[in-house]
Design a protein around this ligand. Structure first.
Ligand code: GLN
Length: 284
């Protein structure tokens, strides 16, 4: 295959305040080379650990890793990153993917949180239930069937995605788009909400209109899955929501960065390219 002369550069940041950021960088490195091998355009990728507003301003897209959402939000607040992060996700509506603690931070509402103990970035119209699997099954592994990884035209059965859940949250409610929903959420006990922001331009306004899509569920029998006795497809029933997307924001309850499988990273890079190219076309 000959590569086209067109060269396109993308800067992908990983928020590096706390948690599993270096694992994400490693998998991004893998995913970018697989991505380039599969495309004729010569994409250039810059991968960046992000700790300052200046570094964030250079990013086309951002991953918020797993870790401890309370700590990440405290460090972000202290280092003057919280508002720039909200601008990035909710005003400019740039591509952002949160894993585990990252999902919590990207939610508009999170429960099991002491008031004042945690600030959210927001961007996803959902309420998450933190530490959903409780103490006994705090951490487990499961093989997931992720339909969005399907490669068009490829018929072989998909390899299940080996995923790790560590004191993981789930999406317990998709919030209706109506005035006052944030106030209603904020009135619930032990629930915090993200502050509202206005999108910056037409592309961002379009992104804010998008509905929340359920991208994956963990079928009810988490126990069987955790013992590696079944795949999600075997168990088959509807279960907890563990991956969602809304416009520019994607989030997973689990940690794809801890199992060495770069398929979700590869898929997400494709989503990033689409959104960035759409924005670049508008600003030409
Ligand atoms: N339970 C953690 C929190 O509330 C998230 C755990 C994780 O990212 N592995 O932030």
């Amino acid at each position: 295959m000959t590569k086209s002369a067109l060269s396109t550069t993308f800067t992908i940041g990983v928020l590096a305040l706390q948690g599993a950021f270096s694992e994400h960088i490693q998998l991004l490195r893998q995913a970018t080379s697989t991505f380039n091998a599969a495309h004729t355009t010569e994409y250039q990728w810059q991968l960046l650990e992000v700790r300052t507003p200046e570094q964030l301003s250079r990013c086309d897209a951002l991953i918020i890793p797993g870790g401890e959402s309370t700590t990440i939000s405290l460090v972000a607040a202290r280092s003057g990153m919280l508002e720039p992060l909200r601008e990035f996700v909710k005003v400019h509506r740039k591509s952002t993917w949160g894993t585990c603690a990252g999902l919590i931070l990207l939610s508009e509402s999170a429960n099991r949180t002491k008031k004042g103990g945690q600030e959210l970035i927001g961007g996803l119209d959902v309420r998450v239930n933190r530490n959903h699997f409780g103490r006994q099954t705090e951490s487990f592994e499961a093989k997931l069937d992720l339909p969005f990884l399907e490669v068009p035209g490829v018929r072989q059965p998909r390899e299940p995605f080996h995923s790790v859940f560590i004191r993981a949250p789930v999406v317990e409610k998709i919030l209706p788009k109506r005035e006052g929903i944030q106030l209603e959420e904020a009135e619930k006990s032990e629930t915090v909400v993200a502050p509202s922001k206005h999108p910056k331009d037409d592309v961002a306004r379009q992104a804010i209109k998008a509905d929340v899509e359920i991208m994956a569920r963990l079928p009810g029998n988490a126990n069987a899955l955790s013992k590696n006795e079944a795949t999600a497809a075997d168990v088959g029933e509807e279960g907890d929501i563990i991956a969602v997307r809304q416009g520019n924001v994607f989030a997973t309850s689990f940690h794809p960065e801890l199992t060495g499988d770069a398929r979700i990273h590869g898929w997400w890079l494709g989503e990033v390219v689409k959104l960035v190219e759409q924005r670049r076309a508008v600003s030409i």
